[in-house]
Design a protein around this ligand. Structure first.
Ligand code: ATP
Ligand code: MG
Length: 560
């Protein structure tokens, strides 16, 4: 489905109704509200595509709001990564906000709540508060501080803000209902003391709002209409609604929950990603094995593919795991239509064409794209007496249906000639080190004038012209689909796939790519989709495999 005709999911149905009925009396407005405590991942891409997509489709606005109310975990480098990644995905926000800019307003709301008698300063410890909260089957018990006077509450809050108390001495709580069936509504904590330096506000504040307190009110202050969040916030909706009502907002935003993206064989949780990065299981946030946006980008996936993928999985009310094949399908589909095909030999085996004149080089016309791709373009590839072919395209003792090289068999060289393997040269250890072949000059361009057919076409590069390169072949990061599903006492790092990265040195790529910019994407014919990595140096290129050409089940087929 194209970008312009997005599928109508339940969120879009709802927004369409709200727009039609004029429910909010203002332009619809969504927001993407990341906490800047890690790099965005593919799960965030789903939320970004939804929030930015809905705003655009319904002529609304979208805000990028950093939910940065925790001084311990947040950092400007994450803010920068998030902005870069949202832009890379192809989206532009109408306004940029920071929850940390709302500390003043949130403080004023707290005063308002205290005056209304719906908030109080509790001096129990957070642990005592938890203990007194009751259980799902029994009501909580009131703190001895629950009925403090308004004046005392106002005084304590002011002194909390002034820094008179250590961390944990007091908290501000909403005064709601200690028997509420939703545990979150049993006098939730709103503000606590944290003597910590905030990456934006510095030491201006030593009291910090909790997520529930900051989130709904930030939405309301910004005039958000549709606050779209993931299912784990379902129970937070009550406090969200309570707060925006108490604070007096007319036509406040409404929270709607949708299913998170959970992708097989990977993790989409900043906490887990941070652990992988910090413990050195991967090379950094942009390790191409990670499904962070930075990793995905370095791996060679395009923003279009990510958007197509997010659209293909849709937006549902119930969480279901997404198969990696679904993701890779979107990636392949996209690359298939946009990248040039070039020749790269992964495991080189020398071929000498004994009847080709020594010292002769001819340039063969090679088109970049197959016929079913609407792009055109071509380059010349040099052909000479000594070539590299892939070791896997030769077998000494081939089964009947092996259509590639072995003694006495004829194959087509892509863009080139038919060659027939005449003789195998081995080293002292018995390993095949060279194939002596003959070529048929009449087959220039890939067809024999006498109409004889060959079944196999293989890729190759001219030995004297090829550029040495390193290939980084990526596989699944985890060895089981659900890395949460580990035996008692083990953590998700115990199921990391030890073979998630295979580095191939000494691969040989055709010279035409030598001057291309870092970040150029290709299909290496018969091998996979690749992108050149920033680690590339002139004459020593590095390529990351974005994705194989097809699902691995098809890989073993002998036919090319
Ligand atoms: P993480 O668990 O990775 O830390 P988070 O929900 O804490 O994720 P936030 O920065 O708070 O990360 O998320 C910003 C927005 O992205 C939220 O609205 C959140 O619901 C959404 N989001 C996060 N993870 C996913 C996911 N896997 N699928 C869809 N949306 C997600
Ligand atoms: Mg969060």
């Amino acid at each position: 489905m194209s970008q312009d005709t997005p599928r109508r999911d339940f969120v879009r149905e709802m927004v369409a109704e709200d727009v039609a009925s004029g429910k909010f009396g203002r332009t619809i407005c969504t927001r993407f509200p990341p906490e800047p405590n890690g790099y965005p991942h593919i799960g965030h891409a789903k939320s970004i595509c939804l929030n930015f997509g809905v705003a655009k489709e319904f002529g609304g606005r979208v805000h990028l709001r950093f939910d940065d109310t925790n001084p311990f975990t947040e950092d400007i480098k994450y803010v920068e990564a998030i902005k870069r990644d949202v832009e890379w995905l192809g989206f532009t926000w109408d306004a940029e906000y920071y929850a940390s800019d709302y500390f003043e307003q949130l403080y004023d709301f707290a005063i308002l709540l205290i005056k209304k008698g719906t908030a109080y300063v509790d001096s129990e410890t957070e642990e005592e508060i938890r203990e007194h909260r009751g259980t799902v089957t029994s009501a909580g018990t009131p703190s001895t501080f629950r009925d403090r006077s308004v004046d005392e509450n106002l005084d304590l809050l002011a002194r909390m803000k002034a820094g008179e108390f250590p961390d944990g001495a007091h908290v501000l709580r909403a005064k709601i209902d200690l028997a509420h069936p939703n545990m979150i509504m049993r006098d939730p904590l709103l503000i606590r003391i944290r003597h910590a330096t905030h990456y934006r506000r510095g030491d201006a504040w030593c009291i910090y709002p909790l997520y529930d307190y900051a989130h709904g009110l930030s939405d309301a202050m910004e005039g958000i209409t549709h606050s779209l969040c993931t299912l784990e916030f379902k129970d937070n909706k009550d406090i969200y609604d309570w707060l925006v009502r108490e604070a007096g907002f007319e036509k406040p935003p409404e929270q709607t929950e949708f299913a998170r993206l959970v992708l097989d064989y990977t993790v989409v949780s900043k906490r887990k990603l941070l652990k992988l990065v910090n413990d050195g299981h991967v090379t950094g946030w942009d390790d191409p094995r990670l499904h962070t946006i930075a990793g995905i980008r370095r791996r060679g996936v395009t923003p279009e593919a990510i958007r197509d993928f997010c659209e293909s999985i849709g937006v549902a009310r119930k969480t279901a795991r997404t198969e990696l094949a679904t993701y890779e399908h979107a990636v392949r589909n996209d690359l298939n239509m946009r990248v040039p095909r070039v020749l790269c030999v992964v495991k080189p085996l020398k071929v000498v064409i004994t009847n080709y004149p020594e010292g002769q080089v001819e340039e063969l016309d090679a088109s970049y794209y197959p016929h079913d791709v609407p792009l055109t373009g071509s380059r010349q590839v040099p052909f000479s007496r000594e070539l590299w072919v892939d070791r896997d395209d030769f077998m000494e003792d081939p089964p009947k249906k092996f259509y590639r090289l072995s003694v006495g068999r004829e194959v087509r060289l892509r863009y080139g000639y038919f060659i027939t393997c005449q003789e195998v040269i081995k080293d002292a250890a018995g390993e095949v080190v060279e194939l002596r072949c003959t070529y048929d000059p009449a087959t220039h361009g890939g067809n024999a004038p006498d109409g004889r057919k060959v079944q196999g076409t293989i890729h190759w590069v001219s030995a004297a012209h090829a550029i040495d390169c390193e290939l980084r072949l990526y596989d699944k990061l985890f060895s089981i689909a659900d890395p949460e599903d580990v035996p008692e006492g083990q953590d998700f790092t115990s199921v990391l796939n030890p073979h998630s990265l295979t580095v191939v040195q000494g691969a040989k790529v055709e010279p035409s790519v030598g001057a291309d910019a870092v970040g150029s994407r290709y299909q290496f014919e018969r091998t996979g989709y690749f992108i050149s990595d920033p680690d590339s140096k002139p004459g020593a290129l590095v390529f990351n495999r974005t994705v194989t050409l097809r699902d691995s089940w098809a890989k073993e087929s002998g036919k090319s």
